[in-house]
Design a protein around this ligand. Structure first.
Ligand SMILES: Cc1ncc(COP(=O)(O)O)c(C=O)c1O
Length: 477
């Protein structure tokens, strides 16, 4: 069935109207920030079974459905959204999602979407320049940081054991990472065939940051155990605390010892765009590979992550594939194009990703950049970091609040009283005014605030602290 364009225009208008009031209400802090109705009840409210069985939705019934759907979800534009590291997307990125939904140029290869592929290529060039890898570097966008970490470690594996692709993984490889590393890294070790036991925990301070002075010991232990270090992983910044590892110290150690240095900059690499916070990433240029999520601090919807390598060839070596319907080997380019310089011929980024087809990821980053500029995105990062710092300042002035460290990003951990912190979080979410997360530091559960929504202000922070005081009192404090 071809599109009824009139119906599309009408339904698109409904979508824009509903989303506009949804975002407007959310930004004004109309509660709740989240609802968690049981799925059976929710399926009934949205009449999902009937729609699936019978179809027949029209712009009018769609309007009702969409309103209820949005109402039952989690509002990331709400000032009380202080939960997971998922941004309140900016509208240019939302437009990109809409364009992709209709045009669907999945650009596994250049001919499937020349503009989408070129936009991705230019976004990557911009990122490579920001990171300091420049023209020699290589990159690709993937659906999320977990896939990006896996891809970067595949490149590291190809460098350490090029035969692994054909012969399987040698049993002596090791991955060095602190326990605070994002779970996708240890998971990648298992997926890559190293096995979780090949992950060697690095000594860290009480807040989970890598202890640089103890790196020689760790490497010694690995080598004495007959293992070869495949890569060493550091965080910029760590998921739990938002704190940064000493990238320069670690990078210099890795360079001196011939160890592949991977930086997980999923959350914090965007600080490169702010004068004030760029110093946190000092030493990033020493990394062999790096990941950088756009859906965390560059205000795109989920998911867009960049995998960047200092040497472009390292990323090309991560995968090998044969498929006569996509890859033409020597015949990759039409006669006459084969010897053209970069920029003069189409680029197939498919050889650098786990995915075959993928969404038009570059367009989301590009439209945010095109609307706000690098400066505007940098200001967003700086503002979120400043609001988090403000929360920390306010919290530590109040009795009963304990903040174990000075925040470096927009992630702040703290405890209120001595009671059950998870219960405090649960009560705040049940209220629907605030969405917080929690994490363990040194084995002790802490509440965790991540300032993601631009609408969060001092009034929100004071109200949150008041409410924690109230619910905390009855949480066994
Ligand atoms: C440091 C870090 N790395 C990787 C990831 C995984 O990213 P994604 O959710 O895009 O897969 C996260 C997610 O929070 C993270 O904080």
């Amino acid at each position: 069935m071809t599109w009824n364009v009139e119906e599309f225009v009408s339904a698109a208008g409904v979508t824009v109207d509903r989303l506009a009031s949804y975002v407007e209400d959310s930004q004004r802090g109309l509660p709740p920030v989240l609802r968690r109705r049981p799925p059976r009840e929710l399926a009934a409210r949205l009449d999902l079974g009937r729609w699936i069985r019978e179809g027949g939705m029209t712009p009018e019934t769609y309007a009702e459905f969409l309103a209820a759907y949005l109402d039952e979800g989690t509002r990331l534009h709400h000032p009380g959204h202080l939960g997971h590291q998922i941004t309140a997307p900016d509208f240019p990125a939302a437009l990109a999602d809409f364009v992709h939904g209709a045009a669907n140029n999945p650009m596994a290869i250049y001919e499937m979407g020349a503009s989408a592929a070129t936009v991705e290529f230019e976004v990557l060039r911009w990122m490579l320049e920001k990171v300091g890898y420049g023209e020699a570097g290589g990159g690709v966008l993937t659906h999320g940081g977990s896939l990006a970490n896996l891809t970067a470690l595949l490149a590291a594996r190809a460098a350490a054991a090029p035969e692994a692709w054909t012969d399987g993984v040698p049993g002596d490889l090791a991955l060095l990472a602190p326990e605070s590393a994002h779970y996708s890294l240890t998971r990648a070790a298992a997926i890559l065939g190293l096995g979780e036991r090949a992950v060697v925990p690095l000594d860290a301070d009480r807040l989970g940051r890598i202890d640089v002075a103890r790196l020689p010991d760790a490497l010694d232990r690995v080598r004495r155990a007959g293992r070869r270090p495949m890569a060493l992983v550091a965080a910029a910044c760590a998921t739990g605390t938002g704190l940064h590892d000493d990238l320069r110290g670690i990078g210099e150690f890795c360079a001196a010892n011939g160890v592949w240095f991977h930086v997980d900059g999923a959350h914090g690499a965007s600080a490169l765009l702010t004068e004030e916070h760029r110093h946190l990433l000092d030493g990033l240029g020493l990394a062999d590979s790096l990941i950088w999520d756009a859906h965390k601090m560059l205000r795109t919807s989920s998911l867009v992550a960049a995998v960047l390598t200092r040497r472009g060839g390292d990323l090309d070596a991560a995968f090998r594939q044969r498929a006569s319907y996509l890859f033409y080997g020597d015949q990759d380019f039409p006669q006459g194009e084969r010897d053209l310089p970069q920029g003069e011929r189409g680029v197939d980024l498919i050889g650098r990703t786990v995915e075959c087809s993928k969404a038009e990821l570059g367009l989301k980053v590009f439209l945010n950049l095109a609307w706000r500029g690098e400066r505007g995105l940098g200001d967003h990062v700086a503002r979120q970091y400043a609001t988090a710092r403000r929360f920390w300042e306010l919290a530590r002035q109040r009795p009963g609040f304990e903040c174990p460290y000075e925040p470096e990003s927009n992630i702040v951990c703290f405890r209120y009283g001595t009671g059950d912190q998870a219960l405090i979080r649960e009560r705040l979410m049940a209220d629907g005014a605030f969405h917080l997360t929690s994490t363990e530091i040194g084995g002790l559960r802490h509440l965790r605030v991540t300032v993601m929504a631009p609408a969060t202000d001092d009034k929100t922070l004071e109200a949150l602290l008041d409410r924690i005081g109230e619910v905390g009192l009855s949480a066994g404090e």
